[in-house]
Structure formats: structure tokens, C-alpha cells
Design a protein around this ligand. Structure first.
Ligand SMILES: [Zn+2]
Length: 379
């Protein structure tokens, strides 16, 4: 993966290249960004740059042996670490046991989300975990000399899935690596890493993709029309992985808005029958659909706040959809929007981690009912 394969994020790329060229490379870095922002692709591109034999001013060369090995994720000095789970025959799982499926999944889509990864692992409803066996495996690999590159590199994806034992075991090598090592940890959930780990890492923040960059990528990399790219960009909300999953699927904006308005109506009036009906419908659609609906709900809440207080030119909804949201907007306001979106975000997180969608959705609907009755803030 080259930097040019990573969508936009030019400032981050420049900073990384500069740090390598000026020899002020931090040996432990945390790439932090929401799903679909490109934090894993960025770490992969950076690792490629570091092992490249002829790195240029902006990118790796793409054709030296180091680059070619990284393009297949088979470089002997680069260790990949990611959440796994026990399966039949593998009682104490570590990443090395699952490398073929990791390579296949990441090569197919380096922007993949946690949910797609646990699907690929086929671990059903188990949680993916980075356990102490993984840290021990990493340490034993670091004790070997680098074969080809100037450094040994460890890329740990979803580092927040490390349990306490794994994190504690890793602390010492993060502090004092045995020789030239670069740790590139990747996370979507900064707050779930131990502070002792965080204090040893330099933060590389990868922001949600701006609409214009996401839209441009859809047009240039996937040949979508301007109109279709705009529609998907609006739904994907800065998440390139989400945008990829929407290509070729027709989830019209109006359907999503109608669903959201029906749901909000059911929450407001605490119509349990309607809430259960919507929950059945969501459960039948599967996890990716549930995540898409929750993302849409987050956007619709933001639109409501803009309708109430903000700059009207920033509102993206139009036509009948805007009329519906305008009627709802007085009930979603500065007094409760933060809590409502916090609850929806938490539900999105639990769905991604395989929680029972009917329970998550029903609980969420009850919380939103309570929050609807918070008095609005006057401005
Ligand atoms: Zn190269």
C-alpha cells in the first residue's frame, strides 16, 4: 500500500514522510481515527515507506522488493497483530494463526471495519481479543534481528482490543524495544487503551474524511457519477468503508429519512408495538444495515440542530425529507442532542461488537423517549 492509495489525508501523509526523512521517527505511534477514515491504510502506507529501498519525497517507490512484499503483506520484518478469538483446534489464539485470512481481508479492503473482520474470522458471536499470548509472540519476534529492513515494524490494528494482561506485557518493549523497532498501533477508540500504554505513544490523528474528498474518491476511483457520488457521500458521513458498502445498493435517502421519522415518532409517544416492529425489521436486515441506519440517525440529528439554530446553508437535506425533519427538529435541540447522539453512537458500537440488536434497539428507544422530554435550551 502506497500513500497514494490512501484517500486524501494529505497533511498526515506529509507529516509522516517528513518524520522519516528527517530521522525523527517516534518508535511508538498511535494512529487514531474513526472507521473509514483510513488509519490502517495510513499505517500500512507508512510501514511501506519505511521498508522501501528507494523512498521518494512523497511516497514509497512501489517496485523495490520491500514495496512488493508489503503490497502482499508478506514482509519478514513487519508483524501484524489484530483481534482474534478461540476456534476449534486453536485454544490460545494469536494473530499468526490467522494471517492468511487477515491478508486476504485487508488486501481486498484495507478500510475494512471491525464487524467485517469478525465476519471473516467466522467467530460467530465471540469478541475479538488481543491476549497475552499475542504480546509474547510479538516480543519473541522482536528478539530476532531484522532481516531486510532497517527496522522491525509491528502494526497492531484495533489495539483497544488488548486485554490488561496483553497491554502490561507489551509495556516494557514499548518503553525499551530490543533494537530498532517501530510500533504502529491503530485504534478507533482512544479512551479504551490503558493510560500506561497511551503515555508511551505518539498520537497520529486521522480525521473523518471531509465530504469533498470522499466524493472525489468515489468519482475518481470507482467511476461513479457526480450525482451518485454525492448521494453516497451524504449517507456515508466521512466513512470510506461505509461508502464502499453502499456502492451498487439503492438505499434511498428518502427511505432512510422515513424510517428515522417513524422511529422518532414511536420513541416520542413510547409506542412499544411500533418500536418492536422497527426492531424486528432492523434485526432481519443484518449488522451492516443496522450500522447504516444508526449512522443515518446521527446525521439526521445533526440536521435537526442545524434547522433549529444553525446556518441554513449547511443543511444537506431537501424537499419532503426536509419538511419531515423540520417538524421533528424542535424536539431534538441543544438540550438533548448530545445525549441522544451519544446513545446512538453507543448502540452503533455495541452492534458492531455483535450485541443482540433487538435488545440494543429497544434500550436505545427507551433512552431516547426519556431524552425527548428534556427542556430545550433557549438561544
Ligand atoms: Zn520501494
Amino acid at each position: 500500500m502506497k500513500f497514494s492509495d490512501v484517500v486524501a489525508q494529505h497533511e498526515v501523509k506529509e507529516r509522516l514522510v517528513q518524520s522519516a526523512r528527517e530521522g525523527r521517527l517516534s518508535h511508538a505511534q498511535l494512529f487514531m481515527g474513526p472507521e473509514g477514515s483510513g488509519s490502517l491504510p495510513m499505517a500500512l502506507a507508512f510501514a511501506t515507506y519505511l521498508v522501501c529501498e528507494h523512498p521518494g519525497d512523497e511516497d514509497s517507490c512501489g517496485h523495490c522488493p520491500g514495496c512488493l512484499k508489503m503490497s502482499k503483506l508478506v514482509h519478514p520484518d513487519v508483524t501484524f497483530s489484530f483481534p482474534v478469538a478461540a476456534l476449534d483446534g486453536i485454544k490460545k489464539p494469536k494473530s499468526a494463526d490467522f494471517l492468511p485470512v487477515w491478508r486476504e481481508s485487508v488486501l481486498e479492503n484495507p478500510y475494512l471495519g471491525y464487524g467485517e473482520w469478525v465476519d471473516a474470522l467466522n467467530i460467530q458471536n465471540k469478541q475479538g481479543l488481543i491476549a497475552v499470548e499475542e504480546s509474547m509472540d510479538i516480543i519473541s519476534r522482536l528478539n530476532l534481528r531484522a532481516y531486510e529492513a532497517p527496522y522491525k515494524i509491528v502494526i497492531m490494528w484495533h489495539a483497544d482490543c488488548m486485554n490488561t494482561a496483553a497491554a502490561n506485557k507489551l509495556l516494557k518493549v514499548l518503553e525499551e524495544p530490543p533494537g530498532p523497532v517501530v510500533f504502529l498501533l491503530v485504534t478507533e477508540h482512544y479512551d479504551q487503551l490503558l493510560t500506561t500504554i497511551l503515555s508511551r505513544l505518539q498520537l497520529v490523528k486521522v480525521n473523518r474524511l471531509p465530504d469533498k474528498d470522499l466524493k472525489q474518491a468515489l468519482v475518481e476511483r470507482h467511476g461513479l457519477s457526480e450525482e451518485m457520488a454525492k448521494k453516497i457521500t451524504h449517507q456515508a458521513d466521512g466513512n470510506y468503508n461505509e461508502a464502499l458498502s453502499l456502492i451498487g445498493k439503492d438505499h434511498s435517502e428518502t427511505d432512510l429519512n422515513q424510517w428515522f421519522l417513524n422511529w422518532m415518532r414511536a420513541c416520542y409517544s413510547l409506542n412499544i408495538e411500533a418500536i418492536l416492529g422497527i426492531s424486528e425489521q432492523l434485526a432481519a436486515g443484518g449488522r451492516e444495515m443496522q450500522k447504516m441506519y444508526f449512522l443515518h440517525a446521527l446525521q439526521a440529528c445533526r440536521e435537526c440542530v442545524l434547522i433549529n439554530y444553525g446556518d441554513k446553508s449547511m443543511i444537506r437535506t431537501d424537499g419532503n425529507d426536509l419538511e419531515g425533519l423540520t417538524r421533528l427538529a424542535p424536539f431534538i435541540n441543544l438540550g438533548n442532542v448530545e445525549k441522544i447522539t451519544g446513545e446512538i453512537n453507543a448502540a452503533h458500537y455495541h452492534i458492531e461488537r455483535n450485541a443482540n440488536s433487538k435488545i440494543v434497539f429497544t434500550d436505545l428507544s427507551l433512552s431516547i423517549n426519556t431524552l425527548f422530554h428534556v427542556r430545550p435550551v433557549s438561544v
